[in-house]
Design a protein around this ligand. Sequence first.
Ligand code: ADP
Ligand code: MG
Length: 220
Amino acid sequence: MLSVTGLTKRHPGASRALFNALRFAVGAGEVVALVGESGVGKSTLLNCIAGLEDADAGEIRIGPDALDMHRLDEAARASLRAARIGFVFQAFHVLPTLSVAQNIAVPLLLNRVPSTEHAPRIEALLRRVGLDGFGPRWPASLSGGELQRVAIARALVHRPALILADEPTGNLDPRIAGEVLSLLLEQVREEHAGALIVTHSRHIAECCDRILELSPEGLR
Ligand SMILES: Nc1ncnc2c1ncn2[C@@H]1O[C@H](COP(=O)(O)OP(=O)(O)O)[C@@H](O)[C@H]1O
Ligand SMILES: [Mg+2]
C-alpha cells in the first residue's frame, strides 16, 4: 500500500538532511508504528508521503497500482491524496461549522462519490465507531474521544489505501486513547488498507504489527 525508497529531506537553510535515503514499506492490512524523539522528522515524513511537502529525492508509491506521488503535478497529486489517503491528526481538525455527518462527508465530496451513497456509508461508519445517531450533532457538543472517533470515520469513509495518523491519541486520556486506537487498527485491517501511525506511546506502538524508529541515523 506504501513503498518508500531513497527518501531524503533537507529543510532550506538546515545544516544537515533531516533524513537520508529512507527505505520502508507498509503492506495491505498492516499497521506500522513510527516512533522517535521530538523534532526527529516524523511529521515531515508523513507530510512528504502525503505530498504536502516536497522531498529532495526518493520515490513514494501509494496504493495497489503504486503511483508515484512526486512524479505528478499539483492537481493530480491533490486528487491522488484525496482518493488514496486518510488522515487522522492529533488535533482532530473536525470542522466546527459542519455537523458530524457533514464532516465525515468531506472526502466523499472531494472524490465525487454519488450522493445517494453518502448517508448509508456515514451511518454505517458512525455505528462502527460507536457514535450511532451522532450525525446531526455539532462538534462543539462532543468530547475529545468522540471527536477523534469522528476524525477516524472521516479518514476511512472513502476507503483509502493508506491511513496516515500523526499522534492520533495524543490529546486523549489513556483509556479513551486505547479504545480509539483499537478501533483504528480494527478498521484498517478490515478494509485491507495500510497504516502508518506516529505515536509517543510505547503501549500503542506495541499494539501495532511493526515498529519503525526514526533517529538522525535513519530508520530502524
Ligand atoms: N518548514 C520547515 N522549515 C524548516 N525547518 C522545519 C520546517 N518544518 C519542520 N522543521 C524542522 O524539522 C525538524 C523536524 O520536525 P518534525 O517533522 O515536526 O518532527 P517530529 O514530528 O518528529 O517532532 C524540526 O527540527 C523542525 O523544527
Ligand atoms: Mg510531529
